[in-house]
Ligand binder design. Structure first.
Ligand code: EPZ
Length: 427
């Protein structure tokens, strides 16, 4: 098992580019199933979740070629409509294959994706949407058998009780080739939804309103090949901005889309950071002492992203004063608190609320990544803490961050990835 070892106390300074967005590349790779031909996707980050998605595409009969950050998918050879349990379980978001396979084949057989470290992750909204397209769903022995083979998929009006990102994606994927028009009410507004629609529209789909609460999809008969470049990852960008803020450094991010980072910039400025936007560049410089952030409520976009909650909590552990978090999206997304306490942080959590009392210093500790974003928060705390921090279970981090230790080292961090049996090389 690998570990990440951090020797804290170095301030991070410099300029970096941000990797492609994990939560954009995953649904877009699934969308290549609808093309029934060749799709070329650029700026695909090298992540284990992307590997898992490619594995499923190949299982379904597609040929997939990865050359650096470009992935080429030929889905004309697709010859299956089922995803086996072991592949479904590798990645929670594999549920988005439901829409991709239904849109292409009219029948999909998946195992229930199951929950994960941050919550039960139900899929009721996904399944009820499929039924509204006219599909029949049978749940047996942990399998979901979804079929619209008799009448085919018919466009419809779907109102989501919650602006679910995954459900919105599944509806778009199913609607793109359905007969008639689909209207999604209370759709998710995340930038990754816009990116998915942009790719599908390049392939000839007719999707309007992505990024707004009402999305209209006019079904078309077929889609054609296209090339697409994945948007930068706003959560990874946020993570590295917070790293600079916590270490008294200054950081410039190239190639970001500033409007995607609005919900993060506001609290960073409240904590005393200078944040300047110039075209597609964002520069942050941190104050000597960070100030508390009165309240962070996670909300659907354009609210504060739940995926940056753990990282922002790490920042508030060393801010001057008391900060309050309310996690409104996932019911158990505070597992990182137990690990932050090992650094000497002062946090009290009850239900959806967590109260963080800032302390002057953190001390290095042996911690584990509890989940993807919780793991990134461990790195952030280690960068700030005095002494050595050893982080285990880093496979969680590799799901969403491409070589974080290399990026941070390029900014001046003393950080290494070591194999568990090796002695840490930072002593
Ligand atoms: C996507 O997950 C992201 N994953 C998550 O990022 C992100 O946290 C989440 O959206 C919210 O922004 C990918 O895009 C691959 P949801 P998703 O459906 O689609 C409830 C990361 O760290 N819900 O918007 O699964 C659900 O339980 C990951 O990169 C239902 O009740 O999120 C949750 O409370 C973590 N029924 C809320 O909605 C459903 O049928 C939001 O879930 C579906 C969802």
């Amino acid at each position: 098992m690998n570990k990440i070892i951090v020797k804290g106390g170095k301030s991070l300074n410099g300029e970096i580019s941000v990797q492609g967005a994990k939560n954009s590349v995953l649904p877009i790779l699934v969308a290549t199933l609808l093309v029934n031909g060749i799709s070329v996707i650029h700026n695909c980050p090298c992540l284990s979740d992307v590997d898992a998605t490619i594995k499923i595409l190949r299982y379904l009969g597609c040929s997939v070629l990865r050359e650096g950050h470009t992935v080429t998918v030929d889905s004309s050879t697709m010859n299956r409509n089922d995803v086996p349990d072991e592949l479904m379980r590798e990645m929670r978001s594999s549920i988005v294959f439901l829409g991709g396979i239904m849109g292409r084949m009219g029948k999909a057989i998946l195992s229930t994706p199951g929950g994960c470290e941050i919550g039960l992750r139900p899929i009721d909204l996904h399944l009820s949407a499929m039924e509204q397209f006219g599909a029949r769903i049978i749940n047996e022995n942990g399998l979901i058998i979804c079929s619209a083979e008799e009448k085919g998929l018919c466009g419809t009006r779907i109102t989501l009780s919650f602006p679910s990102v995954g459900a919105t994606e599944n509806i778009i994927l199913t609607a793109a080739l359905s007969k008639g028009t689909t209207v999604i009410i209370n759709a998710a507004r995340e930038p990754e939804i816009i990116d998915l629609a942009d790719f599908l529209n390049k392939c000839g789909a007719k999707i309007h309103g992505a990024g707004e609460s009402t999305i209209t999809v006019e079904g078309v008969l077929s889609l054609h090949s296209a090339e697409h470049t994945i948007i930068p990852d706003r959560i990874v960008a946020s993570t590295y901005m917070i790293a600079a803020a916590m270490t008294g450094g200054s950081l410039t991010l190239k190639n970001v889309i500033p409007s995607h980072l609005g919900p993060i910039i506001q609290p960073l400025r409240e904590s005393g950071c200078q944040v300047n936007i110039k075209g597609r560049k964002i520069s942050l410089s941190s104050p000597k002492q960070l100030k508390r952030i009165k309240i962070i409520r996670t909300m659907p976009h354009p609210g504060f992203p739940t995926d940056a909650q753990a990282q922002m909590m790490a920042l508030t552990t060393i801010a001057d004063g008391t900060s309050v978090f309310i996690e409104n999206i996932f019911e158990s997304r505070y597992k990182h608190i137990g690990e932050l306490l090992r650094f000497g942080a002062k946090i009290h959590a009850e239900g959806r609320m967590a109260v963080v009392e800032g302390v002057r210093n953190l001390n290095g500790a042996n911690v584990k990544a509890t989940d993807l974003r919780g793991g990134s928060a461990m790195i952030l705390a280690g960068l700030r803490a005095a002494g050595i921090t050893e982080i285990s279970e880093i496979h969680h981090i590799d799901r969403g961050y491409e070589e974080p230790e290399k990026v941070l080292e390029s900014l001046g961090a003393d950080i290494k990835r070591v194999n568990e049996n090796e002695k840490s090389t930072t002593e």
